[in-house]
Design a protein around this ligand. Structure first.
Ligand code: G
Ligand code: G
Ligand code: MN
Ligand code: NA
Length: 253
């Protein structure tokens, strides 16, 4: 109870922060974009994990307000980088969308409104595989609207959410994000390695790109590149950073 009240105050008083994690092309090592990740530092409790406050926000009806803030702040930051940095962010900024935001039939319009001034071609929307499958027919409709508007679409945490192959084809997503749980033990566990290889093959067949999550070692990066995975994010390439540090590290030369 108390935590949800404090979260509510943090949202309305602009006390959340967005961090940015680089996404890189595995073949060239070039920056291909970034993922915006929400952070909350409470004066009393310190850093609260999004693994804790995002589900709480969903439970307590705060996720729309939080999601709106994330979208507005993402647009503000893209604009600021354009004005202040030697180079703008290449590719797209990936923004996480929760199931409850996704349930809004006006979502695409709402996103366009909150990110006014930023082209949809600068934004990718991430939805988890399980959120897609909650109401797959509605998801097919919404994802087509999003794609028509020019947003790219990624299926997050892929491999954990039981999509049927027929829906996967109809979702019209641009990218599959291979869940960290398969990447983590890929080098030692041949079952996980096979799953990763299979996801990459399937994505290719469906003309989607693959983005591996949670890449922490050069050996993982090399194996993924050899397997034909397109892009990656993870501590090996860069941790999520506050906007100014991200710009200094990635947008300065
Ligand atoms: O950044 P970290 O891995 O700790 O995030 C934990 C979880 O919180 C991840 O599943 C991530 O997708 C989710 N998350 C982070 N930022 C946001 C956000 O802005 N909106 C939503 N809906 N989820 C987020
Ligand atoms: O569910 P989603 O993919 O949006 O969540 C991404 C989460 O993964 C973020 O909370 C981010 O902080 C975390 N993350 C990013 N890179 C790594 C990594 O290399 N290792 C681990 N363990 N977590 C990571
Ligand atoms: Mn994500
Ligand atoms: Na994920």
């Amino acid at each position: 109870q108390r935590m949800s009240e404090r979260l509510s105050v943090a949202i309305s008083e602009n006390k959340l922060a967005l961090y940015f994690q680089p996404q890189v092309d595995l073949a060239s090592g070039q920056l291909t974009g970034a993922e915006a990740l929400c952070r909350w530092h409470d004066t009393e409790w310190g850093w609260v994990s999004p693994g804790e406050f995002i589900p709480l926000a969903e439970e307590r009806g705060l996720i729309r307000a939080l999601g709106d803030w994330v979208l507005e702040e993402s647009a503000r930051q893209l604009m600021a980088w354009r004005q202040q940095c030697a180079k703008p962010l290449p590719g797209r900024l990936s923004i996480n969308i929760s199931a409850q935001q996704f349930a809004d039939p006006q979502l695409t319009h709402h996103i366009a409104h909150l990110t006014a001034g930023i082209s949809p071609s600068a934004i990718a929307l991430e939805l988890t595989e399980s959120d897609f499958m909650r109401d797959p027919d509605q998801a097919v409709e919404i994802t087509h609207t999003m794609r028509q508007a020019g947003y790219a679409l990624s299926i997050d945490d892929f491999g954990t959410g039981y999509s049927s192959l027929s829906y996967l084809r109809r979702f019209a997503a641009d990218a599959l994000k291979i869940d960290i749980s398969f990447v983590r033990e890929m080098l030692d566990n041949h079952h996980d390695r096979t799953i990763v290889q299979t996801i990459i093959a399937m994505a290719k067949a469906l003309e989607m790109k693959t983005v591996a999550e949670g890449v922490e070692t050069p050996a993982q990066a090399r194996l993924l590149a050899d397997m034909g995975c397109n892009e990656a994010q993870g501590y090996w390439f860069g941790r999520p950073l506050p906007a100014n540090e991200f710009a200094a590290a990635w947008l300065s030369k």
